[in-house]
Design a protein around this ligand. Sequence first.
Ligand SMILES: NC(=O)c1ccc[n+]([C@@H]2O[C@H](COP(=O)([O-])OP(=O)(O)OC[C@H]3O[C@@H](n4cnc5c(N)ncnc54)[C@H](O)[C@@H]3O)[C@@H](O)[C@H]2O)c1
Ligand SMILES: [Zn+2]
Length: 376
Amino acid sequence: MLTGKEQRGFKMRELRVQTKSRPYSVFVGIDLLTQLPILLLRHEVQTKQKLFLVTDSHVYPLYANGILGSLQAAGYDVHIAVIPAGEKSKSLETLDQLYSDAIKAGLDRSSVVLALGGGVVGDLAGFFAASFMRGIPFVQIPTTLLAHDSSIGGKVGINHKLGKNYMGAFHQPLFVLFDVKFLASLPERELVSGFAEVVKHAFIWDKQFVAWLEGNNKALMQRDLPILEEAIYQGCKVKISVVSDDERENGIRAILNYGHTIGHALESVSEYQFYTHGEAISIGMVGAAMLSVDVLDAPSSLIQDTETLLRKFSLPTRIENNWSDEALLQVMKRDKKAKLGNYTFVLSEEVGKTQVVNGISEAKIREVLQKLKRGG
Ligand SMILES: NC(=O)c1ccc[n+]([C@@H]2O[C@H](COP(=O)([O-])OP(=O)(O)OC[C@H]3O[C@@H](n4cnc5c(N)ncnc54)[C@H](O)[C@@H]3O)[C@@H](O)[C@H]2O)c1
Ligand SMILES: [Zn+2]
C-alpha cells in the first residue's frame, strides 16, 4: 500500500485511500507544493480545465502568489476566492459567496477546486465542490497540522447558526497534497492543537506510534520538518486505515471520535471562543481514559500515559473554567453519536484497542467531570 517516491532528488511519500466510491492518493513531503502542476496533470486535470483556488485571508498572503505563479506557468487558468480566516466562514453566507464567485468566473462541470488552508477551508471548499453543478472534483492542500486529519476521509460541510457541521456531504478529494513546509508559518497554538489529533491517532491505533511521539516530542515541538513529516505520515496512515474500512461512519470510523464527546461539549459550552478544537479534545481524551479505566477495566496507567504525552505537547489536560456539569451533559446528550438518549463514548481497553460503548450512566460521567475539574 505504501510507496516512497524519489523524483529529481526530492522525496514525496504516497499513501492510498481505498473507498467504495473511488481510491485516491495522499502525498506527504517537504516542498511538495512545487509538484502541484505535475500532480494535477498526473490526475488528468488538463490546462483547459479552470481551477478555482479557495483559501483564507491568513494563508493567501503567505502562499497564494507562489502557487498561482507555478500553476500559471504550467498553463492553468486560475481563479482565486479568499474567505475571511476563522470558523465563522464555514457558513451558508460564505458558501453563497463562493457560488457567486464561481459563476462569475465561468466555472463549469469540468472545473477543479483547490482547497488551500486548514480544516475550515477544506470543509467549506469541499462542500462547495460537492454541491456546485451537482459535484465537481477538488484537491485538498492542507496547511495546518490538524488538517492532516480533516483533509482525508471525504467529510465536508458547513455550520448552521444553531450548531456545528449540520450541513455536509461525503465528497472524496481527487488527491491530498500535504506540504510539511506550510507548518513553518503556523501559529504556535494551532500547531499544538494539531498535535492533539496526532496523539489521538496514536492512542486509538498503535503503541509504537505513541512511543515514537514521546521520543520525538522535542523535535516535533521545535518544528523539525523531517520529524513532523514522519508524524503526519503516521497520523495519515491511521486515519486512512480507519476510513478505508468505513467510508460512511457506520462502525469503526466512530473510533476517530476518541476524546471528542467531552471535547465537543467543552467547545460548545465555551461557544468556540475559549478552546481550540485540539485543546478541547485533549481534555476529552483524559476524560475518555478515566472512563475507560472505570467502565472497561483499562489499566490505570492509561490515564497517566495520556496526560504525560499531552502535557509534553503543551496541551491542557484539565478543565480550568467552571463550566457547569449540567450544560456539559446537555451537549453530550445531543451529541450525534448518542443513541436513544444514552451516553455514548469511544473508550479504550488499552492503547490501540478502542471501541464504542453505549449506555454509560450519567453518574459515571459526572464523576469524571469532577476529576477533570479538581485535577484528581
Ligand atoms: N472534515 C473532517 O473530517 C474534519 C475533521 C476535523 C476537523 N474538521 C474541521 O476543521 C476545522 C478546524 O481546522 P483547523 O484547525 O485547521 O482550523 P483553521 O482552518 O481555522 O486554521 C487555523 C488558523 O490557522 C491559519 N492558518 C492555516 N494555515 C496556516 C499556515 N500554514 N500558516 C499560518 N497560518 C495558517 C488559519 O487562517 C486559521 O487562522 C473545524 O471547522 C473542524 O470542524 C473537519
Ligand atoms: Zn477532531
